[in-house]
Design a protein. Structure first.
Length: 343
């Protein structure tokens, strides 16, 4: 373990302790956390700013409203139910259609309306929420993902996670659902994380359950070299979200709908660190570069262009092979020179 932590420090990998102390506590005022921890507030903020989000179908706040679930879902073959205060993808139920009078989950499993109601009841009880607080169940549009991802995603909807610091996008990845993740784009549940070149928007290296992969585990299709369309626009959208949340350090999740285009899905005040594994690059190194800037453009598109310029520089294109789970690393990495790190 000591040897592993030493290699992590030498590689300059950002660990949880340093993330919390140097970036979250330093740049995120806690009074703004409710803006991102409550998905309903986040959705309203985005809509007021003219940012497209998945349509809200309904909301359940108290147990007796569950009896009206069949009415609320009448005529809807696909939808998503999620806790308003959920985190880490917990409690998200993705319904992809109906079959034999039951609802078909993204994984293909069938569940009766009664089980859907039980899931909503668990959400209300706080089973999937931050701090176990009583919650609300949000019912919203299920995004029909861009056909670009047909070969590298299993049933669910891929999303693009971008870490934004001081309004500048610094690192991004596309999260690809798998059979194991039950169609959810959550790395801890088994989704694939594919690094994205911040300058071009092309997929590079990838991980699944913190292990390097080159092909999607369910489809067998190669992951590297996929070009995300409208990349500068997506980076600009992520940069715009800085003003929504008033947070210096945040994660922005964007989905690509095949007919409606980019949509902001969620904001996160405490984005995880596995994005470094997907990119095999040091997040800490890039954050320090932005932190050292004397001035940052006010215009979101200029900040997106700045990110592409900074991280397209050959000296900043980290290519070391970083493996091992960073979210639980307690070490305080101090180096900026990436070297090979493996478990």
């Amino acid at each position: 373990m000591i040897g592993f932590l030493r290699r992590v420090r030498e590689a300059g990998i950002l660990g949880m302790n340093q993330r919390n102390a140097d970036f979250i506590m330093e740049y995120n005022n806690r009074k703004y956390y409710p803006l991102v921890d409550d998905k309903l507030q986040t959705k309203k903020l985005a809509q007021d700013a003219g940012i497209r989000v998945p349509e809200l179908y309904g909301m359940i706040e108290i147990e007796r409203q569950i009896r009206q679930l069949s009415v609320m879902l009448d005529g809807r073959d696909d939808f998503v139910i999620k806790p308003a205060h959920g985190s880490g993808g917990n409690g998200i139920l993705v319904i992809a259609g109906q079959q034999h009078g039951q609802y078909r989950r993204a994984s293909g499993l069938l569940m009766p309306l009664e089980d859907v109601g039980h899931h909503v009841s668990n959400i209300l009880s706080g089973m999937h929420s931050l701090g176990g607080q009583a919650d609300k169940a949000v019912i919203e549009q299920r995004v029909q993902f861009d056909p670009l991802f047909d070969d590298i995603s299993y049933r669910g909807v891929p999303d693009i996670r971008t870490v934004v610091f001081r309004g500048v996008p610094v690192m991004a990845m596309v999260r690809l659902p798998t059979r194991r993740s039950d169609g959810k784009a959550n790395l801890h549940q088994g989704a694939v994380g594919a690094g994205l070149d911040i300058a071009t928007g092309q997929t590079t290296t990838a991980v699944c359950l913190d292990k390097p992969v080159h092909a999607h585990p369910d489809t067998g299709a190669p992951i590297k070299g996929i070009q995300i369309p409208g990349w500068l626009d997506l980076l600009t959208l992520a940069a715009r979200c800085h003003a929504l949340a008033h947070l210096g350090y945040l994660g922005v999740d964007i989905v690509l709908d095949r007919t409606q285009g980019p949509m902001m899905l969620e904001l996160n005040a405490r984005p995880g660190l596995s994005i470094q594994l997907a990119n095999r690059a040091s997040l800490r190194h890039r954050l320090r570069i932005i932190e050292a800037l004397d001035s940052i453009p006010e215009d979101a598109r200029e900040r997106a262009e700045l990110a592409r310029e900074l991280f397209a520089t050959p000296g900043l294109q980290e290519t070391a092979d970083v493996a091992g789970k960073t979210d639980d690393i307690a070490a305080e990495p101090s180096g900026t020179n990436l070297s090979r790190v493996s478990l």
